[in-house]
Design a protein around this ligand. Sequence first.
Ligand SMILES: [Zn+2]
Ligand SMILES: [Zn+2]
Length: 265
Amino acid sequence: MCLKTDLHCHTEFSYDSSANPEDVVRAALEKGVAVLAITDHYDVDYADCGMKMEMDFALRKKTILSLKEKYRGKIKVIFGIELGQPYNYPEISQKIVSENGFEFVIGSVHSLKGVPDFYYLDYSKMDDQGMIENLYERYLRDLYKLTGVPYIDTIAHITYPVRYIRDSGKELDIEKYFPEYRRIFESAVANDKMIEINTSEIRKGVNFGAAEKQLFSLYREAGGRYVTVGADAHNAVHVACDFEEAEKLAQCCGLEIFRDVKEKY
Ligand SMILES: [Zn+2]
Ligand SMILES: [Zn+2]
């Protein structure tokens, strides 16, 4: 069995998951995962949109480190986090990272400043295509900002709003934004950040196609060498799902899958 590295999953410490952390680790072990990063959500600016983002950081660290210890030698459990919009509150974000001592940090853009998560927006009411394009341009500007955040290891789901725009029956031509993506990738490479292949798209019914191949090839052309792979599971069942597709995508774009997370504990 091929040993997998899943560097993106959620547990009950995330507001949108009720997965027991040990169940997630056990499921990963059964699926032949060698390295599993637990990366619960923390979106530092959600309170601006009236959404509470509470996390018991101490309990979370204790829980994950005890799992790391219990399963040592069988599976490498990585104490990680998925930080949303850290550039909007750089000091708070830096403090969270310094105080927790994470082993792996994912950076994400889930929302624009003062606007709810792309997941919650009603695109069907956006009759003007220009509105959707404007949202996407703002999303890409924030993705660019993310590449400059010092403690981030990888940039997650780089087409995040697309899945929700398409679910609402609207279209968005990603190719139109390749020049912006090139800028993002060049900045990521210059700042030593990796880019993530997020396989949750596939289980939501979107197979990797020509656009993804072009996008990750663009990252390779910009000097990118490594991608991280994450299933973005919010329950035990989805851990390491559709990794064969991620491996194929990486291979056809000349990219290597990053597996060597340095442990601190
Ligand atoms: Zn995310
Ligand atoms: Zn996630």
